[in-house]
Design a protein around this ligand. Structure first.
Ligand code: BMA
Length: 356
């Protein structure tokens, strides 16, 4: 096991500042490779794996946001996209109203933890006049795309025929340009990569076929998507991510590959349990899964995660990178919005010490 060098991390860079890179001095990473069988079974690594479950530290201010913070009546606030603008953090909150449909509205905070200011009107709303969103808009992920000089929003458009994937662009989170429904129902959990691969944009998404695994598709223009392949399968059997998995926030680029924080679902007698885990995709070809932590990294434990509209749910679609930490914003029990933080080097260590 080698004591490792600095890993570079860049995610959703601040517009106009090219890529924000945070140096992470990582603990026990094997450069560019999954650790060997011998290393995987070492006592030290066993200990690291044992620690992985409690790897995310919850904010003492949880829940950060709930319906009582909204200037209007609603049922729940959860599953937000997150963007770090440098001077402020933006959350694109999913708000479910008492009609049962959801819209996306911006909340802003200077420190990303408190003092949230919520916009007067939704950025995307089912009443905006787009048929493919008539049953609501949900669970957005945002990605800063340098070449477009814009943030790209990937979200669930709830059509009359079920949930599909829609994209939109914004530069200021005040106005949006819709690119339309780009992947038909049933499909969701779409997260765009910030750059092209061999000239094509790449996006993770989760079609509802074959159980529910993470797929990747490519596009020359963000509108027409093809060349699909499965990247992260649901693991089946007794695993915590047995029955369904889906991308969390847009992938985080590191020297070791694309860090994907994803949700996994296990069905138990009491219903589904949603937890967050992590995987690593090849940096040049994200079609290749090169690492995956065995255990979940954040699961429902607190009251606000155990009880709500959907009990036993932690579900993240937004994160920012601050220094060597990832700040994971997550919906708790489909009812409120929370925050937990972890060191990127610790997540990478958990992912890399186990073979796929
Ligand atoms: C998923 C999505 C999320 C939700 C989660 C838990 O399928 O619909 O919006 O948070 O289920 O109910």
């Amino acid at each position: 096991m080698e004591k490792q060098t600095a890993a570079k991390v860049c995610v959703n860079p601040t517009p106009g500042s090219c890529i924000v890179r945070a140096s992470v001095s990582s603990g026990y990473l094997t450069k560019g490779k999954i650790m060997s069988e011998q290393l995987r079974t070492s006592p030290e690594l066993e200990q690291k794996q044992a620690n992985a479950q409690g790897l995310f530290i919850r904010s003492s201010r949880n829940p950060l946001l709930s319906v009582k913070d909204l200037p209007y009546q609603a049922n729940a606030v959860f599953n937000a996209a997150a963007a770090d603008l440098g001077h402020e953090v933006i959350l694109l909150l999913r708000v479910e109203t008492c009609s049962g449909r959801s819209h996306l509205i911006v909340a802003r905070s200077k420190d990303g933890v408190g003092g949230w200011r919520i916009d007067d009107r939704a950025l995307l709303h089912p009443e905006d006049g787009y048929l493919y969103e008539a049953s609501g808009v949900e669970d957005c992920r945002v990605t800063w795309v340098d070449e477009l000089d814009a943030w790209v929003l990937a979200y669930v458009a709830y059509t009359g025929q079920g949930p599909g994937v829609a994209l939109a662009k914004t530069q200021d989170f005040q106005t949006v340009e819709r690119l339309g429904l780009v992947i038909p129902p049933d499909d969701k959990n779409a997260a765009l990569f910030p750059c092209r691969f061999n000239g094509h944009y790449a996006m993770l998404h989760r079609p509802s076929v074959g159980g529910g695994s993470v797929w990747i598709s490519y596009s020359p223009d963000l509108v027409f998507w093809g060349k699909p392949s499965m990247v992260v399968p649901a693991r089946g059997g007794p695993w915590w991510d047995a029955v369904r998995v889906g991308a969390g926030p847009s992938p985080i680029e590191t020297d070791d590959g694309w860090l994907l924080i994803y949700h996994g679902v296990k069905e138990v007698a009491g219903g589904p349990i949603y937890r967050m885990g992590a995987a690593l995709l090849d940096r040049n070809d994200p079609t290749k899964l090169i690492g995956r932590a065995r255990r979940w990294l954040l699961g429902p434990e607190e009251d606000y995660e155990r009880n709500g509209d959907a009990p036993n749910v932690v579900f993240s679609s937004g994160a920012i990178v601050r220094g060597d930490e990832v700040w994971l914003y997550y919906g708790a029990a489909d009812y409120s919005l929370c925050l937990a933080k972890a060191r990127i080097q610790d997540i990478l260590a958990a992912v890399k010490c186990e073979s796929v």
